[in-house]
Structures are given as structure tokens and as C-alpha cells.
Ligand binder design. Structure first.
Ligand code: BGC
Length: 636
């Protein structure tokens, strides 16, 4: 039976039931009509399929799966091919674990460094976010599994996330908060999309006709399933009316009864319900037609790929006197509990139960480094760090090189909470200071899913940022420290000196009913560049063990081209970034904006011509014509 025909056979109550989940993770099926159930599962950097009791907060353990680096990490690779490959691996695991739709990737714009979920999102820049998200989506869907980018939209704080009202002007909405989703939808063609919990200018995302009909469906041509975030449906009659299909998780019979009653009372036109059911079924049949159950995935191969992904995403921030890479056989003192108990993923609904876990201590021997000493220096729990620091200092005194592992611990960043400040835990800072007093060759390896302050930067010779590298993050870090991998990561967010420099600091997070996006377009580097405010490390920054030269820049009607040469003596990669600005233009704009990029791998001495075309986003700005109420896109 074709789905149009099925609809004509279905009773009103049955159609209404399709618009709600069957339970926490499944959609409802009707075997009598041949409608299958779909299994949905987090998440963005590894499968979290719960075998036992279900919850959506990551409380109950899930079936082991590969924990890939989080989105914040992979964004630093600026490598769409890598993102697509991660998507394929995720898709393979979904097939093996019986999952039809992966709830990810997450691509909300990092409006402020303190958002507790920044580790799950790609960037402060919508173009980079959108391109990376589209790559993941393409990869996942190549395997016949549906992707579900989230959380649509303007969801940049965790505080009161289920009720907060994001108040944002039209141009900022379209240019900053929607452009990433636009790219993800148009270029990735996801089978589903998840709405956010919050309201946008007064209307809940899942019940927002402007967002779901005018923009998503009509402007961007989305034709998949719109689902609520878990518990994010407030009035599903409104939701269905406005373009949402599925409320998740199940609300028992409540949602269905409300829809049925609304149709009977003529508050909801049955034709609209039929339209939603038709759209829903079209995607359900598409997915169930393409999806195949496979045997267990290759755990070791996936782990090795997770390691590659993490190593390609490491950012070398500082490397004085070329202290890095470390030589084979170099005697190192390793300090910091993270070397033993790594920090490699975030907390909440994206928490993956790993298939295996590399740590610095269990991988260092294989890396060729000589572990001269280890001291924890701090522990996650307890305040007993006086002695721990003393011991660490003793080890550091006698070592040629000291590797300090520090960053944000599990309590510092998590879904559901925004961070209170931008510092790393005080005991990590004290440790770095104490160790750098007694040894001049200190390398800090950071694990953190978000921006941190580094007031100790000038005390240490080298800083390597691994972000949250997933289950193979430790061996990936060793690959970079020892030069097996030449660091190619470039920051996907700005590192201001201090939190006081952040444009939205005075009113973030919105603590009352509203969160006002008063900084408008001036998020991240768009602000720092425009007002010429110095930062510790800018967006797009990262060092390499080799050097690159750019020449022969040409600007044509269709795009730019240049010749890039690897002028050093090691193979390596760089990211060519194209920014566009219009000094003296009539319309106010940030000084420059990312409008294209290309990841380039070059052998030592190799040169290559790179072309970056202008696309429809290169020169556009988006304005709202109040008289007609219509959105208009203009370019100058
Ligand atoms: C999160 C989503 C997640 C869902 C299901 C929610 O709390 O916001 O990102 O996909 O739970 O676990």
C-alpha cells in the first residue's frame, strides 16, 4: 500500500497516535498497515542505545559503542571529508545496534563560551558549523540511517532551557543562528530535524510556524521529520498545525487524544493532520527501505579511526623553542590525573559507553616516550592538593620535559548547566604555576570541550589543545606530541583573554524569562575583529611543525585562488580560510566573515593551487521588509 492509500484507511485516532513516540526511543508502528517502528538514539559523537531502562539524560548505561571526538573537537579539523567519514562510522554502528535515526549532529552557534553544551556544538561561526554538520549528515545517511541535526534553533544556553525565550532580531536570527541549519539542511538533506526546547521571539520552537513552515519547509525545502526535543513539546496540536510531526518521548495517549479532540472540534483541520502523517510516513518508509541490520562493527578499526579523527583535530597553540615534537626515547615526567583518568567526552544525553579507552599512562610506552615519573598533581574530588602539588613539583624538578595534563573536569561542563566562569579548576592552575617554577620545559596538554582562560600561558613553553578527543583521545594526543601526526587543527572558536572580553557577558545566560541576543551579529570573532579587541588566540588559529607560504592571490568574479606551498621539511596540513568584508558599505556588518575554507594536505616542499568559489552566502545579508512581512535576501 502506498502511504497516501494507507492514510485513507487509517482511523483518526491512529493517525493522531503516529504523531507521538511509542516510548522513550521508538516511533509508533502499525503492522496492520505495514508501518514499521523506527528506533532513535543519541547521539552526535557515538551511539547511546540503552538496553535496559531508558532515560534521556545519560543516567543509565548504554550498549558499548565507539566514542568519537565531540563536535567541538572535530570542528577544529575544518575537514569536511573527516566529518563525513565519522558520519559513516556512526552510521555503521547504528546499523549494527538497530538504530534508524541518530539524534545528531548538534550545531547550535556558540554564542558565549559558557554554554554548558558547547562541547557538543561545532563553532561560533555558522558557516563552519553548517559545513561540518552537512558532512556528518551525508556520512550517516550514506549508510541508510537517518540523521537528525539539532537543536533548531537559537538554543545557546542551558539555563532554563525548556522555557527560556530567545529574543533575537531578524537579521541576527537568519545570518547567525539559522545559516548553519540552512547549510546542513540544503547540503546534507537530513531525514529529520530536532526542534529546541526554547521559545524564539515568544513562540516555542516546536510550535513555530515561521521557523518550521516558512523557513525550514518553504525556503529550504526540508521534507523530512520534524521532532521535538525530549519533553520539548508543549502543545502538540499547535505543533502539528505548525509543521512538527513527532513529539518525543511518548506522552502516553495524551498527545494523540488532544489531536483527535482538536480535529473533532474543528480546531485542527484533518487535512493538515493528513499532510503531517503523509510527510512522516514518506520518511519512515524511505528509512526503513534503505536501512539494513548488520553484524557487529569492527571495534578495533573504529577505535583506530576515532584516534585519527582526534589527532587531526588537535590544535597546537604554542611551541616555543620548537620544544615539540618530542624525540623518540625522550624522558618525560607526566603530571595530572587526566593522564590516568582521561577527560574525553561531555556529560548528559551524549554520554557514550566506550568500547575501549586509551589513557596517556596506558599508551605512553607504545608512543616511544620514556615515562620517567608520574604524579597526579590533583584529583577530581577533594581539596587535598597541597601534597599532590608538592609531589608533582618534586617529579618535575628532575625531569628534562614535563607534560602537564589539565583542563575542564566532568563537573565543569555538562548538558543542563552553563559554566559559571571561564577558568579551569583552581587546582589545575596552581599545579601549572608550581611546576613551571621548577622546570622551564613545561608542555600543557589541555582537555576541555570549550574555551578556557590561560593566564599561565607565558609560564609554559608549549600548549597543545586536544579538546574532548573521544575514547582514543590520549593516543591521538601522543601522536601529536611525538610528531607522528603534524598538528593540523585550527581553532573553531575565539579564545578571549578573559571572560570580561566576551560581548554577551553582561546578560548571558538570560536568567529571567528571556534571553536577549543584544550583541546581534557580533558573536565571537565578528565582535573581536570589528572592535579591534585583542584575543589570546583567534578563531582559525593553530600552529604546525612545518611552515606554509601563500602566494599569487587572485580574486575573480567567481571566487578566489592562491598558491600554497609547504615550505618546511615535514608533511602537514593547513586550512585556507576565506573571509569577506565590505569596508565602508552602507549596511552595517562585522568587519569580516568566514565565507569559504579548504583543508589542504601537502608533502614537504609541495605546492598547490587552491580555488575557493563564492557561493550564495558570500555577499548576502538578510533583511526583513516590514511592510510585506516577507523575508528578503540581498547581496551587495
Ligand atoms: C537533549 C537532546 C537529546 C535528547 C534525547 C535531550 O535532553 O537535549 O539533545 O537528543 O535529550 O536523549
Amino acid at each position: 500500500m502506498k502511504y497516501q492509500e494507507i492514510i485513507s484507511h487509517m482511523k483518526l485516532g491512529e493517525k493522531a497516535e503516529l504523531m507521538s513516540g511509542k516510548d522513550t526511543w521508538r516511533t509508533k508502528g502499525f503492522s496492520e498497515y505495514g508501518i514499521p517502528e523506527l528506533f532513535l538514539s543519541d547521539g552526535p559523537h557515538g551511539l547511546r542505545k540503552q538496553a535496559g531502562a531508558s532515560d534521556h539524560l545519560g543516567l543509565n548505561a548504554s550498549i558499548p559503542a565507539t566514542c568519537f571526538p565531540t563536535a567541538a573537537t572535530v570542528a577544529n579539523s575544518w575537514d569536511e571529508d573527516l566529518g563525513e567519514k565519522i558520519g559513516e562510522y556512526l552510521g555503521e554502528e547504528a546499523q549494527a545496534l538497530g538504530v534508524h535515526i541518530i539524534l545528531g549532529p548538534g550545531l547550535n552557534v556558540k554564542r558565549n563560551p559558557l554554554c554548558g553544551r558547547n562541547f557538543e556544538y561545532f563553532s561560533e561561526d555558522p558557516y563552519l558549523s553548517g559545513k561540518m554538520a552537512a558532512a556528518y549528515i551525508r556520512g550517516i545517511q550514506k549508510k541508510g540511517v537517518g540523521a537528525c541535526p539539532k537543536h533548531f534553533a537559537v538554543n545557546s544556553q542551558e539555563l532554563r532551557r525548556m522555557s527560556n525565550n530567545s529574543v533575537v532580531d531578524e537579521r541576527t536570527l537568519r545570518e547567525i543562528y539559522l545559516t548553519g541549519f540552512e547549510i546542513a539542511v540544503k547540503e546534507g538533506k537530513p531525514k529529520a530535524i530536532m526542534t529546541s526546547y526554547n521559545r524564539i521571539n515568544g513562540v516555542y520552537a516546536n510550535e513555530n510556524p515561521y521557523l518550521l513552515q516558512d523557513i525550514l519547509k518553504k525556503d529550504w525545502g526540508f521534507d523530512g521529520i520534524v521532532m521535538s526535543d525530549w519533553g520539548g513539546s508543549n502543545d502538540h496540536v499547535e505543533g502539528v498545525q505548525s509543521g512538527s510531526h513527532l513529539e518525543m518521548p511518548s506522552t502516553g495517549k495524551m498527545g494523540a487524544c488532544q489531536i483527535e479532540r482538536a480535529v473533532k472540534k474543528k480546531h485542527l483541520d484533518e487535512n493538515i493532520l493528513d499532510e503531517r502523517v503523509g510527510e512522516f510516513l514518506k520518511t519512515v518508509f524511505q528509512i526503513s527501505g534503505e536501512w539494513k541490520k548488520t553484524e557487529m562493527f569492527d571495534v578495533e578499526e573504529h577505535h583506530q579511526f576515532a584516534r585519527k579523527a582526534a589527532s587531526e583535530s588537535v590544535v597546537l597553540l604554542k611551541n616555543e623553542d620548537k620544544l615539540l615534537p618530542l624525540r623518540h626515547g625522550e624522558k618525560v615526567a607526566v603530571i595530572g590525573e587526566f593522564a590516568d583518568i582521561p577527560r574525553y567526552q561531555g556529560a548528559g544525553s551524549s554520554l557514550v559507553n566506550t568500547t575501549m579507552l586509551d589513557t596517556i599512562l596506558n599508551s605512553i610506552e607504545k608512543s616511544g616516550l620514556d615515562l620517567a615519573a608520574y604524579a597526579p598533581g590533583y584529583t577530581r574530588k577533594g581539596n587535598e592538593n597541597g601534597n599532590l602539588i608538592k609531589n608533582a613539583v618534586k617529579m618535575a624538578q628532575n625531569a628534562g620535559v614535563v607534560l602537564v595534563f589539565a583542563g575542564l573536569d566532568e563537573n565543569s561542563e555538562s548538558e543542563g548547566l552553563d559554566r559559571e566562569h571561564m577558568r579551569i579548576p583552581q587546582k589545575h592552575t596552581e599545579l601549572i604555576h608550581a611546576v613551571s617554577e621548577v622546570n622551564e620545559n613545561v608542555i600543557v596538554a589541555l582537555s576541555a570541550g570549550a574555551v578556557v582562560e590561560m593566564p599561565w600561558e607565558d609560564k609554559v613553553k608549549a600548549i597543545v589543545h586536544g579538546y574532548l578527543g573521544g575514547q582514543a583521545g590520549a593516543s591521538a594526543m601522543l601522536d601529536v606530541l611525538t610528531g607522528v601526526v603534524n598538528p593540523g587543527g585550527r581553532l573553531s572558536e575565539s579564545y578571549p583573554f578573559f571572560y570580561e572580553d566576551v560581548p554577551s557577558r553582561r546578560y548571558y545566560p538570560g536568567k529571567e524569562k528571556t534571553s536577549e541576543y543584544r550583541e546581534g551579529l557580533y558573536v565571537g570573532y565578528r565582535y573581536y575583529d570589528t572592535v579591534e579587541k585583542g584575543v589570546r588566540y583567534p578563531f582559525g588559529y593553530g600552529l604546525s611543525y612545518t611552515t606554509f607560504a601563500y602566494a599569487d592571490l587572485e580574486i575573480k568574479e567567481t571566487g578566489v585562488s592562491l598558491v600554497i606551498t609547504n615550505t618546511g621539511n615535514q608533511d602537514g596540513s593547513d586550512v585556507v580560510q576565506m573571509y569577506i568584508g565590505l569596508p565602508g558599505g552602507e549596511v552595517f556588518r562585522p568587519k569580516k566573515e568566514l565565507k569559504g575554507f579548504r583543508k589542504v594536505f601537502l608533502k614537504a616542499g609541495e605546492r598547490r593551487k587552491i580555488e575557493i568559489p563564492f557561493d550564495d552566502k558570500a555577499f548576502r545579508f538578510l533583511i526583513h521588509l516590514l511592510e510585506s512581512g516577507k523575508q528578503k535576501q540581498e547581496s551587495i
